[in-house]
Design a protein around this ligand. Structure first.
Ligand SMILES: [Zn+2]
Length: 255
């Protein structure tokens, strides 16, 4: 059944009518990249898509088709990873947003499902959209929206890539795509400061990792311990992200 908020399901006349009711668009931005032995390549796109659908069921907004390829040079040590250059990615996302602005969309939320690594590009896209196009644009990195809940529920010492949090999100949203029997913990060598590579670390240099560094850090592809991931943790993280994003949409639509 087509949704009444997913723009790819609408005719242009239906879209035109909907823009009289909402001027907010969610654009899921992901990546296609290796996620260890137990998760599929599409995690970073599937998760923000599912979040966007849940937000649109609660709050007045439209959902655009996703951007499935992102900046992922650090994962190219395993097959299945696609990476695009920083400048190409930034311009592509910017052009998509500028284009939707021409139909009357005023608010764009970039729901970013790729931890840390394409944050700098998306921050620049937001600034350009605000300063040059006069749009109200927001970078919404999912990891930041569930940060406090994740700190409360976490079981693992290290959770960066395809580990406790991403695996829990997938168990809650797409359980059929998770292979818990193949999940295994990887720990970074002692020589590296673990906090730098943790999704919740204070010193977030994880966004500047190289493929060589990642290959040294993890033989499986995940970085951290996914074995303690649960549906319950995933549901708490999903609820935090959905409710906070919906609150932002409500504020924008009310103002
Ligand atoms: Zn991921």
């Amino acid at each position: 059944m087509p949704s009444n908020y997913g723009i790819a399901d609408l005719t242009w006349r239906e879209l035109e009518a909907t823009i009289d009711e909402t001027s907010t668009l969610l654009l899921p931005v992901g990546s296609t990249e290796q996620h260890g032995h137990h998760l599929p390549l599409g995690v970073d796109t599937y998760v923000p898509e599912a979040i966007a659908d849940r937000v649109a069921e609660r709050s007045s907004c439209l959902v655009a088709p996703s951007i499935p390829y992102g900046v992922s040079p650090h994962h190219t040590f395993k097959p299945g990873t696609v990476t695009v250059g920083s400048e190409t990615f930034r311009r592509y996302v910017r052009d998509v947003c500028t284009s939707v602005g021409e139909w009357g969309i005023e608010n764009v939320l970039l729901l970013n499902g790729h931890y840390l690594v394409q944050d700098p590009e998306l921050e620049i896209v937001v600034r350009d959209l605000r300063v040059e196009d006069g749009m109200r644009a927001f970078h919404v990195p999912l990891v930041d929206l569930f940060d406090d809940v994740a700190r409360e529920v976490r079981e693992s010492e290290l959770s960066f890539h395809a580990s406790e949090f991403e695996t829990s999100l997938m168990l809650a949203l797409f359980p059929d795509l998770v292979h818990m029997d193949r999940a295994e913990a990887t720990t970074a060598p002692d020589a590296l400061p673990l906090t730098d590579y943790d999704a919740l670390g204070e010193n977030r240099v994880g966004w500047a990792l190289s493929a060589e560094e990642m290959a040294d850090l993890t033989p499986t592809g995940n970085l951290g311990d996914p074995t303690g991931a649960t549906v319950e943790t995933g549901e708490r993280l999903v609820e935090a992200v959905v409710s906070r994003t919906a609150a932002l949409v409500d504020a924008l639509e009310g103002s």
